[in-house]
Ligand binder design. Structure first.
Ligand code: CMP
Length: 139
């Protein structure tokens, strides 16, 4: 059965370009409820840990560097079938391949600076949410 929660980050390219409000509007208009949210900045250690699954990838260093380059917004979102519904809303990782109307098509600048993160499974949504929020904060 699919879960009803996912985790997102609005990335530094989008926060520094002043697109946080527009992206949150789009998320809410699309039927997601925000269950927890914080504006924060990742340290190198945080970003390295968060993206540890990509450690062996050639872009890992660039990704960690980029994700620590400015503020991010971390949030837990709720909707039926949330992981898949949110990935449909944000579009492909590479914004040049993202469909019209998706968040990445509208706001992303490149594969690394792709405006938003969305969890790829219910299991990762829970792990990533717990990285930023205590159980009380995400109740
Ligand atoms: P995200 O959904 O946050 O999960 C992993 C991230 O790695 C992805 O979004 C991209 O920002 C980044 N990424 C994936 N592929 C590449 C690549 N080829 N070059 C740089 N960054 C990448």
């Amino acid at each position: 059965m699919s879960g009803n929660r996912t985790f997102t980050m609005i990335k530094p390219d989008a926060t520094t370009a002043g697109n946080t409000g527009k992206i949150l509007d789009k998320i809410i208009e699309s039927g997601f409820t925000i269950r927890a949210m914080k504006w924060t900045q990742l340290s190198k250690e945080d970003a390295s840990r968060f993206y540890e699954v990509h450690k062996e990838r050639p872009f890992y260093g660039e990704l960690v560097e980029y994700m620590t380059s400015g503020p991010i917004v971390a949030a837990i979102l709720e909707k039926e079938n949330a992981v898949e519904a949110f990935r449909n809303l944000i579009g492909a990782t590479d914004p040049s391949k993202a469909e019209e109307g998706t968040i990445r098509k509208m706001f992303a600048k490149s594969i690394a600076a792709n405006a938003v993160h969305g969890s790829d499974s219910d299991e990762n949504a829970a792990i990533e949410g717990a990285f930023f929020f205590s159980s009380r904060e995400q109740a």
